[in-house]
Design a protein around this ligand. Sequence first.
Ligand code: FAD
Length: 426
Amino acid sequence: MAPGGGRAAVCRRGANRLDSRAMNVIIAGGGIGGLTLALCLDHAGIECEVYEAAPEFKPLGVGINLLPHSVRVLTILGLQHELAISGIPTAELIYYSKHGQRTWAEPRGQFAGYRWPQYSIHRGELQMLLLDEVYKRIGPERVFTGAALASFEHREGCVEARFIDRQTGRASATATGDVLVGADGIHSATRHLFYPDEPTPRFSGRLLWRGVTESEPFLTGRSMIMAGSANQKFVAYPISAEAAGRGRSLVNWVAELPIGGDEEPTRDWNREVAKERFLPAFAGWRFDWLDVPALISGAEHIYEFPMSDRDPVERWSFERVTLLGGAAHPMYPIGSNGASQAILDAADLAETLKAQPDAVAALREYESHRLPATLADRAGEPAAGPGGRDATGGGARAGRLRTPRRGDLAGRAGGGGEPLQAARGL
Ligand SMILES: Cc1cc2nc3c(=O)[nH]c(=O)nc-3n(C[C@H](O)[C@H](O)[C@H](O)COP(=O)(O)OP(=O)(O)OC[C@H]3O[C@@H](n4cnc5c(N)ncnc54)[C@H](O)[C@@H]3O)c2cc1C
C-alpha cells in the first residue's frame, strides 16, 4: 500500500501514563521482527502501524530457522498451522568432517523433547505469512510501503516519525505515536540516529554463498547438516513442506569460505553471483549421503553475503524510541538465531507495554529484559554454524559495548524492574 501520510494520532500532552488500549506504536520495518511485533501488539490490545522502506513486500531471502522458543510465540499467536504447512520441523543437527565423516549429532525441536518444533523455513515465505496475518488482524490500511524512517522528534507526550520514499528521496509519511520501534534490520536508520559515529559492520574476512535447490531428500528428510570447519564449511537443510509432500526436498544451503582482507564486499541480501566463484573449492565434496557440488550447481540463484558484525550497544531505548531484532543486536545469518531472537524481542516488548502503561518506563524495562539476554546469547554466538561455537565470537566482543552519542543519555528515564520471562503471558 502507498503511504498515505500516517494516521493522525493525538499527542497527549505531558502524559506518560496511558491506557494500553489507547496506545499507538509506530513500527519502522516490516521484516520478521516488525511484523511479529505488530501481531504481538494486536494480541496485547495495543494499536500499531507498520512502515516499510521497500516499495513493496516480496518473499526475499532463503532459508532461516525458528527455534522452539520463537515457535512458541508464533503458536500462541495462532500461526502453528501456517508454519506446519510451510516449513520443515527439523529433526536433527549433524556435524561432518570435510570428508563426509559423521563427528557429532543431536536431536532438535520436539525430537529433543521441546514442546514446540524447530522449523527450517523460507524467510520470504515466513515474512509473507506474517504479513497476511497483519493484513487480516490489523488491516492493510495500517501498513505502509515506500516509507523509510528518516528522522524522529520527541514531542511532549509522544514521538513524531518522518519517513521518505527512497526511490524519489521525497517525504512519504509522518506518524505520531506513543512509541517508535526501529525494527529496521542490520542497516538500521533508527540505530544510526542514536549512534551516528558507529562504524559500518566489521567484515570477518569470510563470505557466505546461499541458495536453494530441489533434490532428493537426504538422511531423514528433516536433517540439518554442517560439514567442514571454520576454514571451509557447508550447511544444508530442507525448508519446504510442499516439496516434502511430493517426496522431494527443497534444500537451503550455505557455503562459507574465508577470503581474508578487511575490506567488506557489498552487503546486500539480494546480491547474485555465479557459482564459479566458490564451486571449485567444494568440487570434491561428494558424499554418499549428500552431493554438495550437485546441490550448488542446481540452484537457480546464488546470493553472496559477507559475514559482518557490529559491537553490541549499551542502550536500545531512549525516551519513546527503542530498537528490536537485527537493529538492536545484529547476528551472523548462520547461527539459527537471528529471526528467533527478533520474535522473542517482539513478544517481550508487547507484553511489557501492556503491563507497564508508562511508555518510557516500559521501553527501558523491555531493554532490561532483552539486551542482557541477547548479549548472553552472543557470548556463545554460534558463528561456526548451527549449534557451533567460534573463538572470535565469544565474551570479548560481548564486553565491548558501544556507548550512544554524548547527550543522548542525559535526562532519560531510569532502568526497568525485575527481569521477566520472555514472551510471558503470550
Ligand atoms: C531482503 C532480506 C533477505 C534476508 N535473507 C536472509 C536469509 O536468507 N537468511 C538469514 O539468516 N537472514 C536473512 N535476512 C535477515 C533476517 O531476516 C533478519 O536478520 C532476522 O530475521 C531479524 O529480523 P529483523 O526484522 O530484525 O530484520 P529484517 O528481517 O532484516 O527486516 C528489516 C526490515 O526493515 C526494512 N527497513 C530497512 N531500513 C528501514 C527504514 N529506514 N525504515 C523502514 N523500514 C526499513 C527492511 O526493508 C526490512 O524489511 C534477510 C533480510 C532481508 C531484509
